[in-house]
Design a protein around this ligand. Sequence first.
Ligand code: ADP
Length: 330
Amino acid sequence: MKRVFSGIQPSGDIHLGNYLGAIRNWVLLLDQYDCIFCIVDYHAQTIPYDPQAMPRRVMNAAVANMAAGIDPKRCRLFVQSHVKEVTELAWILGCVTPLGDLERMTQFKSKTQEHQLGSNLGLLAYPVLMAADILLYKAELVPVGDDQIQHLELAREICRKFDSTFGPVFPEPQPLLTKTSRVMGIDGKTKMSKSLNNTIGLLETEEQVWSKLKVAVTDENRKRRTDPGNPLVCNVFTIHQGFTQDSQIAQIDKECRSAGIGCVDCKKILARNLEAVMAPMRERARHLESPPDEVRQILDEGASACREIAVRVMDEVRVATGLRDARRQQ
Ligand code: ADP
């Protein structure tokens, strides 16, 4: 079985963008591949964060993933910082990564601007750590949304550079692109993202969801109820694609274009369809959270299985890079 690796940041509540762009597709891979899914807490340190909140956020991310269908019996689910070898590999990979490639990453530029960070080495090196995540487990496939394609391309390049200099050690990871388009935030302008306060959380209640959905930006050219709308420029319509049956989507598309329904009607249909998916998830989350040590134990088991792989791979890397003499015992 080919190995799959993907990660999710515990920088806030897991949201609909994460579900449609990542988790829902990960669930479909569970039986076809040897899957490793990671809560990337080192990555979440690249923007300002509250250290007191981090442990809870990590647990919430684990619970949300499992409630959404990531079954830890059919994959390994673990926390990035529990396998510290990744930081060593990131250092080594950083030494074959051109600075210019990191500086041109759009996420580095946009996050630096959003958080007014000035120069932060962690944010600059984010794709190197991502390459280390993937290569440490010799993953061959990486499911990503389109927001991560640029980073994955760089990870592939880092892999080629490492292998041509010291290898061969690593297989070159390939993207497994998710079909869902990028989900925008309720502001309709920026990508829905945990770090932007524009999300609808996957485990939020019906009331919380509606309070956000009712103010969500739709087609901005549709000023009055009687104006025809354009679903192609409406983020609510994008979210419908993930939660609404095709026949109903076709109906909404038609009625929106002819002003047969207004944005509030369209949002009410979406709210109902969201609730049908989210209510069982909340229920599963409640069960998962009731014995709190169980989730912790699942993450510990995931980390120890991953550590076994990581230790072996790092041994190879140390020999390949001359940090360890192959003729000597460690
Ligand atoms: P965030 O920006 O919310 O912190 P992450 O960096 O943790 O998201 O991304 C985890 C996964 O979710 C990635 O595979 C990413 O492609 C996907 N993803 C994140 N935000 C969106 C979005 N708004 N639309 C579609 N996919 C997304």
